[in-house]
Design a protein around this ligand. Structure first.
Ligand SMILES: *Cc1c(COP(=O)(O)O)cnc(C)c1O
Length: 428
């Protein structure tokens, strides 16, 4: 299958090219030419996530350089625990997406992309630099995925004052082929620096750069698989479609759920839970696509004012956006939802998951009794400075995170101006 641009002015490309590219030449985003339809019975015999992912993604890999490698990529990258848990409230279940090495859902996409890129590398090719600007979770997922992979160097840019202390540690503790820079500026500054590097031809001739940011198709496609797995589990149990609530920032995770539904997985309603950043809500209710300057919230990984994937959502067309709605959740509600978590659900929520819980509660009260499956996007231990004071108890550190937290961590300071980054990129 070929990948096309959301803007239609760029020629179609093969999957491998789309995986390695950031934007399309016409400034759009790559999307599959079609979303093939599968039936639940097409997954008969596929039980775990790697097996389900392999069946789901096979149509995109047919005839492509990586086709024969797909089973190995799925096994290597997606063999992570994926519990679908009941809570004390029968109307709400939780799909925990945070059991990978960086304790956030971004591990699935980052690991898949790394496994694919490793196989696309020609033997003896120049070292490639994976350059990522991160607001927190992407950087550590990408670092963990590429850590000690021969032929790759990872350079992470994060806003010095914009991440939680534990996120900062995680971003800076890898060492080896991973360099992290604490930028004296905001996430937008980090993104502007990365963009300047990607636009610098002379630099790229000397230091080949690859992108692993959240618009990468190599991260989006595998994210469909966990929705497929959860929906099939419900379908096989009771023959009913599953309804999902997805914490949403740049809209990559929510879009994966929509794509899975468009491919025929038994998924019913989809709700996108946003924090105070309201661009997705504006789009779905008013048709406005321009977005706004981002505002800081307790759910910092969702502080996105201009979600890139709105462009892919628009490309889906109105009929595939049926049964879709979005809602905003303010910081006061995030706090109250975290406070109520242990008593009401027997669960500790991270601030992002709390947005989705709050939206599920709204849906249950007003329209659709569910049950709803809430995508839990990060382990609460990553946001302990927010969560612990609210629940009045320590959050246990998961075994995936513990080894990283005992490593020494050191980020290098970086001024928010491009010559400083350029020099650092050329230094190694
Ligand atoms: C990145 C992130 C989100 C937002 O996901 P998008 O794909 O950008 O919508 C939500 N929660 C957590 C914990 C994240 O790290």
């Amino acid at each position: 299958m070929r990948m096309i641009s959301t803007r239609a002015a760029s020629p179609p490309v093969g999957l491998a090219e789309a995986l390695l590219a950031g934007l399309t030449p016409d400034g759009g985003l790559y999307i599959p030419e079609i979303l093939p339809r599968l039936r639940p019975t097409d997954f008969d015999g596929a039980e775990d996530l790697p097996q389900i992912a392999e069946r789901l993604l096979a149509p995109f890999f047919t005839g492509q350089a990586l086709a024969a490698e797909l089973p190995a990529i799925c096994r290597e990258a997606l063999d992570l625990p994926l519990p679908l848990l009941a809570t004390k409230d029968p109307r709400i279940r939780v799909l925990e997406l945070f059991h990978g090495p960086s304790a956030a859902f971004k591990d699935f996409g980052a690991r898949f992309l790394a496994a694919a890129m490793r196989r696309l590398r020609a033997p003896g090719a120049d070292q490639q630099t994976v350059l990522v600007a991160t607001s927190g979770d992407t950087g550590s997922a990408v670092a963990a995925a590429f850590h000690r992979q021969p032929g790759f160097r990872v350079v992470i840019l994060f806003p010095r004052a914009g991440v939680s202390p534990r996120q900062a540690h995680l971003l800076s503790c890898f060492g080896d082929n991973v360099e992290s820079y604490a930028v004296d500026g905001s996430f937008d500054d980090c993104q502007a620096l990365a963009k300047a590097a990607f636009a610098d031809r002379e630099l790229r001739a000397r230091r080949p750069l690859v992108s692993a940011n959240s618009i990468s198709l190599g991260r989006l496609l595998p994210q469909m698989a966990y929705y497929a797995q959860a929906a099939l589990e419900i379908w096989r149990g009771c023959g009913a479609p599953a309804h999902f609530v997805v914490p949403t920032g740049n809209l990559g995770n929510g879009l994966a759920c929509l794509w899975a539904r468009a491919m025929g997985l038994p998924i019913g309603q989809i709700r996108l839970a946003c924090n105070a950043n309201h661009a997705v809500v504006d789009y779905l209710t008013l048709g406005r696509r321009e977005g706004h300057a981002s505002v800081s919230t307790l759910a910092n990984a969702m502080d996105v004012g201009r979600p890139s994937n709105l462009e892919r959502l628009a490309a889906l067309g109105p009929e595939r956006r049926a049964g879709l709605a979005a809602g905003c959740v303010d910081d006061a509600t995030i706090r109250a939802t975290i406070v109520a978590g242990p008593e009401r659900y027997g669960q500790i929520w991270c601030p992002h998951t709390a947005c989705a819980i709050a939206l599920a509660e709204r849906a249950i009260a007003s329209e659709e009794p569910g049950p709803w499956i809430v995508a839990a996007t990060a382990h609460p231990a990553k946001f302990e400075t927010v969560v612990e004071p609210l629940i009045g108890q320590p959050v246990p550190i998961p075994s995936s995170l513990a080894p990283w937290l005992t490593r020494p961590a050191e980020a290098q300071p970086l001024a928010a101006d491009y010559p400083a980054l350029r020099k650092a990129l050329l230094a190694a």
